[in-house]
Design a binder for this molecule. Sequence first.
Ligand code: SAM
Length: 329
Amino acid sequence: MRLRDKHGRFITDLRVSITDRCNYRCVYCRTGNEGAIYSDLPMADYLRLVRIFVQLGIEKVRITGGEPLLRKGVVDFVRDLSALRTLDGQPLDLAITTNGHLLPGLAAPLKDAGLRRITVSMDAVDPAKFAQITRVHNGFDNVLAGIRAAKRAGLEPVKVNCVLLRGFNEDQITEFARFSRDEGVIVRFIEFMPLEEDRVWSPEVVVTMDEILATLNRFRPVRQLPNALSETARRYTFDDGLGEIGIIAPVSHPFCGHCSRIRLTSDGKIRTCLFSLFDHDLAARLYAGASDAELAGYIRAVVDQKEARHHIGEPGFEKPSRSMVHIGG
Ligand code: SAM
């Protein structure tokens, strides 16, 4: 029986954080003072856990963090994961989300190891603004080189994720539209969610999907592209078909009803939703000597409890017990 929650949703997509460390301090994500909070597991233990998830019906695995490219052994981990097969005998849809800082040297080895897709987070195409957001002064050139190296390595289509904050980088929307067209990458705008270490989120700071579309249309008329139900992004191109923009709108247009995701944190806890108020300690069971069958039974029981939806913006919304960087986005 494939993993399915009590709301009838099949769980096919696992995000696994392989380190809580990050070399960026993005203002909307980190305080700038905190470092890693949670431990990392040995890579062999992530591999054992992912293998069990795959035996239960997981088909897509996204490696994330923290910053996953900081973790020694990430290329070997990709190679090991690429040898796994889904219940239908197919290779995994294997992806990484990274800030791209270390990507120039790693894109080709990751592709050779079996990585299928890559998403690079980049919140400005203006180098000065990029430094202001990331609090890293030499980052922009590395990330741009990383995106180009990923394209050269054949990790296509390269996706570039940008979180928009009002009064900060919404002036980058048109610049990113040009970037998508010039560089041949899919740019995806993400609505800012209340998942930051500091308390900077408010509904007013969120640049909504409708506003993003209005700005894009002023640049050039957009038209919508078809997308799968479980896909988080609504996809658009321009009137001439050049460039692709995705908009991920969990705040203004929630898509929880089609959620197929589950997360494993760097310290081996399962999170059934980004906005969960607690974790489920899979690693504790692993280290207590549980068999694969026992771990699989625990995973099934946890998935069954997956929340129906998040409650962002509703009265009584409670902030989740971890921020994005400590969950794995
Ligand atoms: N370090 C990697 C990276 O930069 O992509 C992976 C981890 S990072 C936490 C994953 C993604 O979460 C990034 O694209 C980041 O922009 C996004 N993110 C972080 N905080 C967010 C928030 N409060 N709302 C929406 N997206 C957020």
